[in-house]
Design a binder for this molecule. Structure first.
Ligand code: ZN
Ligand code: ZN
Length: 386
């Protein structure tokens, strides 16, 4: 009730925001957290705390202070205002990236904290380009743009306690700036401006992933969240030729030595430092046949862990390419296990490569969205808030 009054007050104060005016705050470099970056002006104007930037300058963090070389002593915050086509940030572990809009830079423990405020629709074009980079079909790009827009607005409070809306990693949605936005991603965002996926007149939780492997998974088998009627397992096209079977890496195979598996299980605290993994099995599976619970046998006992935890644990330990999904069979040998699987990603909601496959068959983006989110309806965000 309190929330409703607050919302009404906001609407009264400012009027309903149109999609064009919505802004989103994104934490940049959320994974690498660099201590210093070089700012290089591009084909646009850059103001550093209201002073124009003419040449590349180093931005660095020291303790809780941040400085831009040549722009006075270090302080608590630096504000960059980048207009036109943007300015480049480079250094750290990532390649140079083009950013625009307002960048508010502070420092935490000698690491830069960079929050970029950009119009929602420009962010959606950037996310669509990054998330659907390998696809080719316009209708697949449009489906991705609508899913990304809906996800952003649904989870706009994901990181609000830390002062921003979304981080730039796949924890929220991959956003690598404005340097390489594919024209079809921009066109997809423009032509679907303001459009979102709704369920019972509310924003839907539009999770998406790369390749489902033939069948998406009911969300509750993957995460312990409240059941959503539109996040249920769906068959992704004909059994023999799923829509996403066109994807490179649809099938995968990984061999892990027992020694490596033991090391990983110990580091994740699934087993004690004195135990060794001797066998690995799948105990139960979800609707799509994704592994839900795994069992490790050691000298002393059997240990059960969730397949999602295993998937994330391996991702952290060996990189995301080692085990690409939980849709796998395990073949346990004496010294190693072989995992043979299909698909890439968590398997919930829209399958990006399936969207590409559907688009190649002539389906339109709204058909694609209702295929992956059954029972949902596409609407304009402004028709929802009124
Ligand atoms: Zn995040
Ligand atoms: Zn699929």
């Amino acid at each position: 009730m309190k929330k409703l009054i607050f919302l009404t007050a906001c609407l009264l104060a400012t009027g309903p925001l149109s999609a064009k005016e919505r802004m989103v705050k994104i934490l940049l470099y959320s994974v690498s957290k660099p201590a210093a970056l070089t700012l290089t002006p591009g084909q646009g104007k850059v103001l550093v705390n209201a002073t124009p930037l003419k040449a590349p300058a180093l931005i660095s963090a020291k303790g809780a202070l941040v400085s831009v070389k040549g722009f006075g002593p270090a302080g608590r915050a630096v504000r960059l205002n980048i207009s036109g086509k943007g300015a480049w940030l480079s250094g750290g572990l990532s390649p140079k990236r083009l950013y625009k809009g307002v960048l508010e830079i502070t420092a935490e423990k000698s690491r830069l904290k960079i929050i970029n405020t950009v119009p929602l629709e420009e962010y959606i074009a950037g996310v669509t380009s990054g998330e659907a980079g390998d696809l080719s079909q316009m209708e697949a790009f449009k489906a991705q743009a609508v899913a990304a827009r809906t996800y952003t607005l649904k989870y706009i409070d994901n990181h609000i306690k830390d002062g921003y809306n979304m981080c730039d990693s796949t924890h929220c949605q991959l956003f690598t700036g404005f340097g390489a936005i594919r024209p079809c991603a921009q066109a997809a965002a423009d032509s679907t401006r303001g459009e979102v996926v709704t369920y019972q007149n509310k924003l839907a939780a539009t999770f998406y992933h790369s390749i489902c492997g033939g069948r998406t998974e009911t969300m509750t088998y993957v995460w312990p969240f409240e059941h959503k009627p539109y996040l249920v397992s769906i068959r992704d096209g004909p059994d023999r030729k799923p829509y996403c079977s066109i994807a490179p890496g649809f099938n995968w195979k990984t061999r892990i030595s027992m020694k490596a598996l033991t090391g990983m299980a110990r580091s994740q605290k699934w087993i004690l430092p004195t135990e060794n993994v001797q066998k690995m099995e799948v105990l139960d599976r979800g609707v799509s046949k994704r592994a839900v619970t795994l069992e490790f046998s050691t000298e002393k006992r059997r240990v059960r862990i969730s397949a999602t935890n295993f998937y994330h644990g391996v991702g952290r330990h060996k990189g995301w390419d080692a085990i690409r999904s939980t849709l796998f069979n395990v073949y346990s040998g004496k010294d190693y296990v072989v995992l043979e699987g299909r698909g890439n990603g968590h398997g919930v909601g829209m399958c990006q490569w399936g969207a590409e496959g559907m688009a190649r068959l002539g389906f339109k983006y709204r058909d694609i969205l209702t295929h992956y989110y059954p029972g949902t309806v596409c609407k304009n965000i402004d028709d929802l808030t009124r």
